[in-house]
Ligand binder design. Structure first.
Ligand SMILES: [Zn+2]
Length: 148
């Protein structure tokens, strides 16, 4: 079912099963997660960092900038989260998707995402890391790879 509104839920780690209509925000891991607003049930991870997304919270609703372009998903949905509301945007063409990927890759390369990934690898080898956190990182890295 299509979602028209995302309500923020501030969490340390994401639950195993995400609920539709909720934008999970982990400040600790500077990452947000939600189920695709088109209703396809796919998880969408939006890392918060200068080359990725910024989050604005007005005390009630959250906004994400820039838009969420799920071109790695079968639905290829594209929308803006504006003060909790889903504003649908145009569908990307294959050429636009390729151009966006190149641009994103350059921005991420400049920011040195390898260092971030290195940190994650180190985290996973630490035995004290709780199981739910390890699951989080495994899923996060899987999704990062999928969107690359
Ligand atoms: Zn979708």
């Amino acid at each position: 079912m299509t979602v028209h509104h995302l309500e923020p839920s501030f969490v340390e780690t994401f639950p195993t099963t995400l609920r539709p209509g909720v934008l999970y925000v982990s400040i600790e891991f500077t990452t947000c997660a939600h189920l695709c607003a088109c209703g396809c049930g796919e998880e969408v991870i939006t890392p918060l960092s200068p080359p990725h997304w910024s989050l604005t919270y007005n005390g009630r609703d959250v906004s994400l900038h820039p838009s969420v372009g799920n071109w790695a998903l079968p639905c290829k949905s594209h929308y803006i989260v504006d003060r909790g509301r889903i504003r649908w945007s145009y569908q990307f063409t294959d050429e636009q998707i390729a151009a966006n990927r190149t641009r994103d890759r350059r921005a991420i390369d400049r920011y040195d995402v390898n260092e971030v990934l290195l940190d994650m690898n180190e985290l996973e080898t630490v035995t004290e890391v709780p199981a739910n956190r390890r699951r989080f990182w495994t899923r996060f890295r899987r999704l990062l790879r999928r969107s690359n």
